[in-house]
Design a protein around this ligand. Structure first.
Ligand code: FAD
Ligand code: SIN
Length: 600
């Protein structure tokens, strides 16, 4: 049948097509459904089939890939829509990368701006929802044996952050049939938000800059930062494999050529893209592109609800709840759990650390700790659960992390009296504690144009209007309401320390540049829940350990869902390093376990 272009198609034809293609159109055409996008499309003469395809009955896959292709066909790609849109904050141009339209826009229910999970700015969306919920409440799962919908894979990976995607790519490249499950409508997890960089020792990029570093020094810094609660064998792997992990990402297409410093490191070892761009969005883009190139089966809106096991205690698959498909099971020869931490779950955080109740968090909304329940229910041991990290610099009144790299590149922290109070690049626990002891329990991160120019990601804070400024230290002081003479004196004393290469007051070990280039800037920051060091106990081969001290067959874990690498306090930059290194190990081990279980 020859169809007229959408905008010229009469409603009668659309109604006919609606009847032909199933119930969705009829639902969309009821008065209540007209409130949503589907109804609007119907009013404009656009039939169900134009969005949903010409299958019968009308089906939407959990990832909503088909519907998204339809959105793109009519409206253009996200990039094209972003280029046309106007306004100071343009949600179609975002660090979340090339995400599906349906991450925000819904046809048959209220739409919600995904960015509003973290950002406070007002963004309009057609047919808004009043709720920010990103996943449906889980009805009681059925018994897995009763499920008729059943699939098979060699390896199922739970979580699409850096650890999960790297594990999946590695297992795929080792010949395994892999499925990646992600409960959120977008991939990337917290990894997508990573800012300051990825730590690695003795890399080719350090060598190019003449930076002397070693595996031993990275081990020492990590153990000291973690108060020696870390598992030394895991720390050794982290440091030993870190340079290879930088090379691995570089081979996949990442740029990690800029090297700076973060808290607790003895030398510059934090790798990030040139110019100091945020590391996470870049790495996730690269991992997504590699997954697409390999046609990896990555499913969003797909929550792992339970792990399946046989009578011998071997993990044999996953019970999944898909947004549209409902419950189904994937039988697998190995499962990699990479479901991240729980900093975005205030109740769970308060359970382990009552003092942190009510604090803001830097994390994405999916960081609720489901992985810990999945792992523990399957017999995994949890360790160090009360070790929760607060990051000293979340922009006051927001969930936006101001990367430690700003301090690493030269910013100082001052209190409301305009005075420094801490070595700004100490470990996070120490910097947070010192900040909470100041009047108002907050601080101002103060820097100049020189620091701004050294780190591209600072532009984002200006864009989000988080920065106050002044042409002189006194003018800045007036803007942030601290005593002008005190701030001027503080900056002068700091600059003298930089010139003398020694900070007698606070023993800051690295003084990269004086704060002397106007303008002068400040962001008010407060500590917020950032990272959960505790999690599933793993072996050096990423096997999940049971109470009897033995690994659970067929079950591997990597990334923030595990405990032991960081001890009592993680160093900035060590998590992305962990996700890549242990993601690679988990992927290889899971593929090997799948191969071994296939042997007669
Ligand atoms: P994630 O990237 O969080 O991925 C886990 C995924 O699993 C999520 O997408 C989640 O939705 C999904 N999931 C959870 N439960 C289920 C389920 N039941 N079924 C299916 N999917 C599920 N670290 C550094 O080293 N350097 C940095 O510069 C840095 N900056 C950071 C900045 C911010 C703002 C934040 C929040 C963290 C930062 N970190 C940084 C920490 C680091 O980003 C994370 O610890 C790391 O990315 C975790 O990776 P992951 O793969 O383990 O988990
Ligand atoms: C930051 O950039 O400050 C966060 C880095 C990290 O969590 O490792």
């Amino acid at each position: 049948m020859h169809l007229l272009p959408f905008h010229r198609r009469p409603l009668a034809i659309s109604c006919f097509l609606g009847l032909l293609f199933g119930a969705s159109f009829a639902q969309a055409a009821t008065p209540q459904r007209h409130a949503f996008l589907a109804g609007q499309h119907a009013k404009n003469g656009i039939a169900c089939a134009e969005c949903h395809g010409k299958t019968r009955p009308v089906k939407v896959d959990d990832s909503e890939d088909g519907v998204n292709l339809s959105c793109v066909r009519c409206h253009g790609t996200l990039k094209e829509v972003g280029a046309k849109a106007q306004g100071h904050v343009n949600p179609h141009v975002s660090h979340l990368g090339d995400i599906h339209c349906t991450a925000c826009h819904s046809g048959h229910q209220g739409s919600r701006v995904y960015c509003a999970n973290c950002h406070g700015f007002e963004l309009k969306i057609p047919f808004p929802s009043t709720s920010l919920a990103t996943a449906q409440a889980a009805p009681k799962p059925p018994r897995p044996e009763a499920l008729r919908q059943r699939e098979r894979a060699d390896v199922v990976v739970i979580g699409s952050g850096a650890a999960g995607m790297v594990a999946a790519l590695t297992a795929h490249d080792a010949g395994a049939k892999v499925v990646v499950l992600e409960k959120q409508p977008i991939t990337g997890g917290n990894s997508m938000l990573a800012a300051g960089g990825m730590n690695a020792a003795a890399t080719r990029f350090q060598a190019k800059k003449g930076i002397q570093d070693s595996v031993e020094l990275m081990v020492k810094d990590t153990l000291t930062g973690g108060k020696n609660l870390n598992e030394p064998a895991l720390v050794k792997i982290l440091a030993e494999q870190s340079a290879a992990s930088v090379d691995y990402l570089t081979e996949l297409g990442a740029d990690l050529s800029d090297v700076g410093r973060m808290g607790g490191a003895s030398v510059d070892r934090t790798h990030r893209p040139q110019g100091g761009k945020a590391v996470g969005a870049h790495i996730v883009d690269v991992l997504r592109a590699n997954a697409a190139k390999r046609k990896l089966d990555v499913r969003v809106n797909s929550r792992a609800v339970r792990l399946l096991e046989n009578r011998q205690g071997r993990i044999t698959g996953v019970l999944v709840q898909g947004r549209h498909r409902g419950f189904y099971r994937i039988d697998a020869k190995a499962v990699v759990l990479a479901a991240g931490g729980f900093s975005a779950n205030p109740d769970r955080v308060a359970h382990y650390q009552p003092a942190f109740r009510g604090m803001t968090s830097s994390n994405q909304p999916g960081a609720t700790g489901d992985g810990l329940d999945l792992g523990a229910t399957a017999g995994g041991v949890l360790k160090d659960m009360e070790q929760i990290q607060i990051h000293p610099s979340i922009a006051a009144g927001s969930r936006i992390l101001i990367t430690e790299a700003v301090r690493g590149n030269g910013a100082i922290l001052v209190n409301r009296d305009g005075k420094r109070f801490v070595n700004e690049i100490t470990t996070r626990d120490a910097a947070s504690k010192a900040t909470l002891a100041q009047p108002g329990q907050s601080a101002f991160m103060v820097f100049d144009e020189g620091v701004r120019q050294s780190l591209k990601q600072i532009d984002g804070y200006f864009h989000l209007e988080l920065v106050k400024e002044g042409a002189t230290p006194e003018a800045l002081a007036a803007a942030i309401q601290v005593p002008p003479q005190a701030l001027k004196d503080t900056i002068e004393r700091y600059n003298q320390a930089v010139a003398a290469k020694a900070d007698a007051e606070f023993k800051r070990p690295d003084l990269p540049r004086a704060l002397a280039t106007p303008k002068f800037y400040a962001i008010e920051v407060k500590p917020g829940v950032h990272y959960t060091m505790g999690g599933l106990k793993i072996s050096p081969r990423t096997e999940v350990m049971a109470k009897d001290g033995q690994p659970i067959p067929g079950f591997f874990a990597a990334g923030e869902v595990t405990g032991g690498v960081h001890g009592a306090n993680r160093l900035g930059g060590n998590s992305i390093s962990e996700t890549i290194t242990f993601g690679r190990i988990a992927g290889a081990e899971a593929a090997a376990a799948a191969r071994a279980s296939a042997k007669p």
